[in-house]
Design a protein around this ligand. Structure first.
Ligand SMILES: Cc1cc2nc3c(=O)[nH]c(=O)nc-3n(C[C@H](O)[C@H](O)[C@H](O)COP(=O)(O)OP(=O)(O)OC[C@H]3O[C@@H](n4cnc5c(N)ncnc54)[C@H](O)[C@@H]3O)c2cc1C
Length: 495
């Protein structure tokens, strides 16, 4: 049996969430913690998504931590390499390297009678800690649809987040399944080198034009010569996104201009009316994640690109067959089919008080207090948990708000010398607020998307502005959390 490492805090995952949380722990003087990361490098989604054209939809000045401002005056929208480099250098600058344990996949965690968490890894290493923080993200487990004949296909097939760089694209027939953000970003790049790219669409995306990746000379001059400008620009996009994009989720006033702009973008980019009709969404803008892109539509007009809207019925040894019986030959299939987003924390086995399994508690769809705490799971915290994905702003910003709250909770638990748990009344009033807020959005009645479970419960997005998240999580957790006594934890296994 391997040794058990005893800590104050175990953090699982080293993407934006794990790094932000680690820095906040160090800021308040908590140093007995480790960040366990299953991969051989930090970075999360920006390490995993290496498909051609992978980039961020949020300007870099906002898609960054407030404590590590982005001061590059040339790049407006970062690509995955910029972000990966930003995360790497932030971790080094903030002294997180010695807290990182790479190649350490966590497989299970259980809350013991001693009021501490035992964390088990597939390497055999075990850790105990008073507090456990999951920062495993929402979009890290690829979703690949179950297609008949998958085993028959003789070419290469992989998910967009597991790009196989040994496969050559040049001169080959590439099939891309999906038309979300990843597909929109990769298709223009693939189309340049491939003999043919066939794009399989189930539901057309709403696509808005994206400002240029680089700043023009005037903006650059302003950013370089007025030092406060970086901070002002960051604030402007933060408030701007809340003002303009957030009302879209409630079909508010800005949904109309956003729809007009998207329609105009489609009209200007796609001259063929038949192709345009097939690319026109028949649902409200915002029901699925909006795509920001300038090149996707134009790429679909190239002679070597075909859009297929017939449903795929099966894979054969040489390609994909659709409902109209037509076979589309392919050498390579790329699944740009998203992630298992509503299966939070899966496949990790998490047991809370009384041995309760988190997956069972969440069987009808996950929920958590501000996406960060769950009743029955004392001193277990999450960043990017249920209903805390910002559909209209920057996700690192939400994670910073969550990290601030979680670290205060950890301090409270350390002060009390006991695990703490969200009180039933706090959870009840939060859930009531959440249900009301969610009912006012377009998601419950909207089309299927990764925002909801197969049964229709909206589990992923936050139904209000980023400013609301900031305001609602500013108070001290002592108001909402109670210490867990020995009597609460001494009946493990009881019904
Ligand atoms: C292609 C793509 C583009 C995106 N673009 C945007 C955008 O433009 N704007 C925006 O706001 N958001 C965007 N997102 C959302 C993005 O997920 C968040 O913005 C953010 O980067 C997530 O950070 P995270 O730390 O929560 O999760 P992740 O980045 O997913 O990091 C989680 C980490 O946990 C590790 N981990 C998971 N399970 C275990 C385990 N069992 N044991 C140990 N380690 C584990 C993973 O390896 C990973 O390193 C995008 C996501 C993707 C996939």
């Amino acid at each position: 049996m391997t040794e058990v490492t005893d800590l104050d805090v175990v953090v699982v995952g080293a993407g934006f969430g794990g790094i932000g949380l680690g820095v906040e722990l160090l800021r308040v003087g908590i140093t007995r913690f480790l960040i366990l990361e299953k991969a051989s490098e930090l970075g999360g989604v920006w390490r995993d998504n290496t498909y051609p054209g992978c980039a961020c939809d949020v300007p870099s000045h906002l898609y960054s931590f407030s404590f590590a401002p982005y001061t590059d005056s040339t790049i407006r929208y970062p690509d995955r390499r910029d972000i990966q480099e930003y995360l790497r250098s932030t971790a080094i600058k903030c002294g997180l390297q010695r807290h990182l344990r790479l190649n350490t996949p966590v497989t299970a965690a259980s809350f013991g009678e001693d009021g501490r968490w035992l964390v088990t890894t597939s390497t055999g290493d075990r850790y105990t800690a008073g507090s456990l923080v999951w920062t495993v993200g929402q979009l890290h487990r690829p979703h690949i649809p179950a297609l008949a004949g998958r085993e028959l296909f003789q070419g290469r097939a992989f998910h967009s987040a597991r790009w196989d760089h040994t496969v050559s694209i040049t001169g080959r027939n590439i099939a891309v399944i999906g038309t979300g953000s990843s597909a929109a970003q990769m298709v223009p790049h693939l189309a340049r080198d491939a003999a043919k790219v066939t794009v399989f669409q189930r539901t057309p995306a709403w696509v808005l034009p994206k400002p240029a990746r680089r700043f023009g000379p005037v903006a650059r001059w302003v950013l370089e010569h007025i030092p406060a400008m970086h901070a002002i620009y960051r604030k402007a996009i933060y408030y701007g996104a809340d003002l303009v994009l957030s009302p879209v989720m409630t079909a508010g006033w800005t949904a109309h201009p956003a729809r007009w702009v998207a329609r105009a973008h489609l009209r200007l980019s796609v001259p063929d009316p038949q192709l345009r009709a097939r690319l026109t969404p028949r649902y409200r803008i915002g029901e699925k994640r909006i795509v920001l892109d300038n090149d996707f539509y134009r790429a679909l007009c190239r002679p070597n690109v075909e859009l297929v809207t017939e449903p795929i019925t099966e894979l054969t040894s040489s390609g994909l067959r659709c409902a109209d019986s037509r076979l589309h030959p392919a050498d390579v299939i790329v699944f740009a089919t998203g992630f298992r987003a509503s299966e939070f924390l899966a496949p990790i086995e998490v047991r809370g008080r009384d041995g309760v399994l988190l997956s069972q508690q969440w069987a009808k769809g996950a929920s958590a207090f501000y996406g960060l705490a769950v009743p029955g799971f004392p001193s277990m915290w999450m960043l990017a948990g249920p209903n805390s994905f910002s559909a209209s702003g920057s996700n690192p910003t939400i994670k910073e708000f969550q990290a601030r709250y979680v670290v205060r909770g950890i301090q409270q638990s350390m002060r009390l010398g006991a695990a703490i748990e969200v009180s039933p009344s706090a959870m009840h009033s939060y859930q009531q607020w959440m249900d009301d807020a969610m009912a006012g959005t377009i998601w419950p009645t909207g089309v299927d998307s990764w925002y909801k479970t197969a049964s229709g419960k909206v589990t992923n997005p936050w139904p209000a502005t980023n400013r609301a998240f900031d305001r609602m999580t500013k108070h001290h957790p002592a108001t909402d959390f109670e210490p867990v006594t020995a009597a609460d934890t001494s009946c493990t296994g009881a019904a």
